[in-house]
Design a protein around this ligand. Structure first.
Ligand code: C2E
Ligand code: MG
Ligand code: MG
Ligand code: MG
Length: 282
């Protein structure tokens, strides 16, 4: 962080930052192959309905286990991939896995909603809608069980091209969610404009709200606003029982965070779901 602000001189004299920059480049050039080699995989974090307290879905989160470096944080490789237009292959891989998983987790009366993160930059890719339609068809998933979580939405709101793409995705029958809501420029204007059926309140507000009256007020008024616009509300980063109960009181719809489960393998998610579906206790 500092290096970027202190200018080139500082950067060139710091061995760590040099190493850092060259690692970033090499990481980027390795990402697509890493997907092919199976080093990249999807973790799934359960989402819980705050009324029934049952799992209603999950968010797919990309994980990269590098053979030498070990696990690389999603924030690290995704930001770099997005900035360099290298996010396409990873996204196709994540969509395929998540849609296939969701198709198998929707059984009979049991519904399961899958969320996948989509970089706003991909909304300029004209082929995206067709490719998602093909995946839904191939795996036999009803589009209403798929949600695309979008960040960078403030930037999108100004672009007619992106809005047109979002409308086409909605017409396909899937859902759009505004991720990390409350960070960046979340104006009323773009909340109204973007055809999203859901907003996800950023975890920074959820962490702060238990001890901080003004943060709690922000959360409760955001929930009220979203509901008045007909949007469903998800809280992310819910770590404690206390936060969970407060969110239920504030009539938030869905909670996601360490308290609902750490991001886990598909196998673990299946087991968790199977045991919940077996138990008859409401
Ligand atoms: P996000 O979409 O906002 O995902 C939530 C992040 O919060 C995840 O970090 C998750 O592991 C973490 N988290 C969940 N519950 C808690 C909690 O209770 N406490 C705390 N402290 N953290 C919690 P992760 O997996 O490191 O991902 C970081 C970001 O990377 C994601 O933020 C998302 O923006 C991006 N990302 C991850 N996978 C993908 C992907 O397949 N495609 C794209 N475009 N972006 C992705
Ligand atoms: Mg997300
Ligand atoms: Mg988020
Ligand atoms: Mg986030």
């Amino acid at each position: 962080e500092q290096a970027a602000h202190d200018g080139l001189k500082w950067k060139y004299h710091d061995p760590d930052s040099l190493q850092d920059a060259s690692w970033k480049l090499s990481m980027l050039s390795q990402l697509d192959d890493a997907v092919d080699r199976g080093e990249v995989w999807a973790a799934y974090q359960p989402k819980v309905d705050l009324k029934t307290r049952k799992i209603v879905g999950a968010e797919a989160l990309a994980r990269w286990t590098h053979p030498e470096k070990g696990p690389i944080a999603a924030a690290e490789f995704i930001a770099a991939a997005e900035q360099n237009d290298r996010i396409g292959k990873l996204t196709a891989f994540m969509l395929d896995g998540a849609i296939s998983a969701a198709a198998t987790l929707n059984k009979g009366d049991h519904h399961f909603d899958m969320s996948v993160n989509l970089s706003g930059r991909l909304l300029s890719d004209k082929a995206l809608v067709g490719r998602i339609a093909i995946l839904l068809e191939r795996h036999g998933l009803d589009p209403r069980h798929l949600t695309l979580e979008l960040t960078e939405t403030a930037a999108l709101a100004g672009s007619g091209e992106a809005l047109e793409m979002l409308t086409q995705l909605r017409e396909l029958g899937l859902n759009i969610s505004i991720d990390d809501y409350g960070t960046g420029l979340s104006t009323l204007e773009y909340l109204k404009k973007i055809p999203a059926s859901e907003i996800k309140i950023d975890q920074s507000f959820i962490k702060g709200m238990v001890d901080n009256r003004s943060e709690k007020l922000m959360v409760s008024s955001t929930i009220a606003l979203a509901h008045s616009l007909g949007r469903q509300v998800v809280a992310e980063g819910v770590e404690t029982r206390e936060a969970l109960e407060l969110l239920a009181e504030l009539e938030c719809d869905i909670a996601q965070g360490y308290i609902t489960g750490r991001p886990m393998s598909l196998e673990s998610l299946r087991r968790r779901l199977a045991s919940e579906r077996r138990s008859k206790v409401a």
